[in-house]
Ligand binder design. Structure first.
Ligand SMILES: O=P(O)(O)OC[C@H]1O[C@H](O)[C@H](O)[C@@H](O)[C@@H]1O
Length: 489
């Protein structure tokens, strides 16, 4: 372990982890990190074994069987890997087959079968995609999401919206509106996903102006077929896989996320290349040079030694809000564990919070600055924006407004972030910043993969199984029979 005085780790790609406000006197100290050296080395070794063999100590599937953890091979497109050249070809062919043909896609899914897809959509499409013309969307379909809650009004309004579009389309184009429904569920029968799918399918199935195509994305296991796989076979729906050994919260790098990428013309290969480049950096033995290992170590120490067990992920970019929402599941389900791997009660876990800058500086920051000293504020900053308007001098007689004119919006955003970080650390409120050089597919791949592998490292440091989620079964055991009772009445 080298001793560093640097306050940031900068990768060759430009991705930066600035930990100046997290390491030092009154913060996590270098001595803290040094004292953890053996554990850090063990974590590093364990994750190397996972990379090579998929084996992670103590991890069992939902059925109590030993299960491999394979998400770390997803960035590597190789014949023997889950993301083989044939899979990438299949996704590209799928993309070409819907371009200029399918008018709208509804993606049904929840948790890991939704969150990553929304991230890719937001980064690539932004907020106004569905209002753009076909040409502006480059021939790719409009895209809607459903199944990520059970909300009667929203689902009904989605149906009405599709009906309205189809009617107008039919009137102008004189042909039927082509609607694709992509149903994503690893387990193949999740209530939220399937109830929405059935409601929407029933409402639109025999619509005079709509042709429906269905694609199923589920566990491809032939011996234990999921309900969704059986339905796909019976109805001849094309399928994609939620690969064996890839949990929902890591599935953005698999066919689950990439199928959304294929629907919108997102650069799948650049995204995986970013993840691969990050995976290489995250194999470095020296903790100070390994972004994920360093991030995991500092967050673990901040929580265990200094009580900072809430992590606020606060990107300064509207379209990264869904990244923060994706991270909620990653952190909460991976590390929120009652037992460690020896069966001892530890009730481990750092609580994730979503925030967005500058939005939440006007809402949450009061609490971050003066509330309980139990948080790390993790900022995400974009270094270079593709579009970056200058604030014009619209009202020269208003001095306050003239003062902010001539400044780029990104500069104002940067000043806001830096001011927030400085104010927080002036009162020992731990914070750190990840900088993405640009908001594009490659750097998104880097960022998300770094967060995913970081969670794997922290699972090792805390000695908990980061790849199961037994806690979510508790409510499911109550909910199932309660739903049955409703049916009987
Ligand atoms: O993909 P599915 O099997 O439908 O699962 C969707 C989600 O629901 C479950 O309750 C789990 O807690 C999540 O980890 C999972 O991502």
């Amino acid at each position: 372990m080298t001793c560093v005085n640097a306050k940031k780790l900068v990768l060759e790609t430009g991705f930066t982890f600035d930990y100046e406000n997290l390491v030092g006197s009154g913060k996590v100290t270098i001595d803290d990190v040094v004292s953890l050296e053996e554990k850090i080395n063990d974590a590093q070794a364990a994750i190397q074994v996972m990379r090579k063999t998929g084996v992670i100590r103590g991890h069992l599937s939902k059925d109590g069987e030993p299960e491999k953890v394979l998400f770390s091979q997803l960035p590597y497109i190789k014949a023997e890997n889950l993301n083989s050249p044939a899979i990438i070809r299949k996704l590209k062919d799928f993309s070409a087959s819907i371009k200029d043909r399918v008018d709208a896609v509804i993606s049904f899914g929840i948790g890991g079968s939704f969150l990553g897809n929304k991230v890719l959509f937001d980064i690539h499409c932004g907020e106004f995609w569905n209002g753009m013309s076909n040409a502006e969307r480059n021939g790719y379909p409009r895209m809607y999401f459903s199944g990520n809650s059970i909300d009667p009004r929203r689902t009904s309004e989605l149906v009405e919206n599709i009906e309205r579009m189809a009617k107008t389309y039919h009137k102008h184009a004189g042909k039927k509106f082509c609607l694709m429904m992509i149903v994503i569920s690893k387990s193949g029968g999740t209530l939220d996903t399937m109830s929405n799918f059935m409601v929407v399918y029933e409402a639109l199935k025999n619509h005079e102006h709509i042709d429906i195509e269905i694609v199923a994305v589920t566990d491809p296991n032939e011996e234990k077929k999921t309900l969704l796989k059986k339905l796909a076979e019976e109805n001849h729906w094309p399928t994609f896989a939620v690969p064996d050994g890839v949990g929902g919260r890591f599935s953005i790098f698999s066919e689950v996320g990439l199928i959304t990428g294929a629907c919108i013309g997102f650069d799948i290969e650049a995204f995986l290349a970013g993840a691969k480049s990050m995976d290489e950096a995250c194999q470095r033995a020296d903790v100070w040079q390994n972004p994920a290992l360093l991030n995991a170590t500092l967050k673990y120490l901040a929580a265990e030694k200094y009580g900072r067990d809430i992590e606020v992920l606060m990107p300064y970019a509207d379209y990264l809000k869904s990244t923060s929402e994706w991270y909620i599941q990653l952190l909460a389900e991976s590390l929120g564990k009652k037992y460690d791997r020896n069966g001892k009660i530890v009730n481990y876990g750092r609580t994730p919070i979503v925030a967005v800058g500058t939005t939440d500086m006007h809402a949450q920051t009061q609490q971050h600055q003066e509330g309980a000293l139990n948080k790390v504020i993790q900022f995400i900053r974009v270094n270079e924006w593709d579009i970056d308007p200058v604030i014009g001098d619209m009202f020269p007689s208003a001095q306050k407004l003239t003062d902010i004119s001539g400044i780029r919006m990104s500069q104002a955003l940067d000043v806001a972030l830096a001011s927030n970080a400085q104010a927080l650390i002036s009162d020992y409120r731990f914070n750190a910043t990840f900088t993405m050089p640009k908001m594009n597919a490659f750097h998104l791949g880097e960022l998300l993969y770094m967060l995913a592998i970081s969670i794997a490292y922290e699972g090792e440091l805390a000695d908990v199984d980061a790849f199961d989620q037994p806690g979510v079964e508790a409510y499911k055991r109550i909910m199932g029979p309660s739903l049955q009772k409703l049916k009987v009445k």
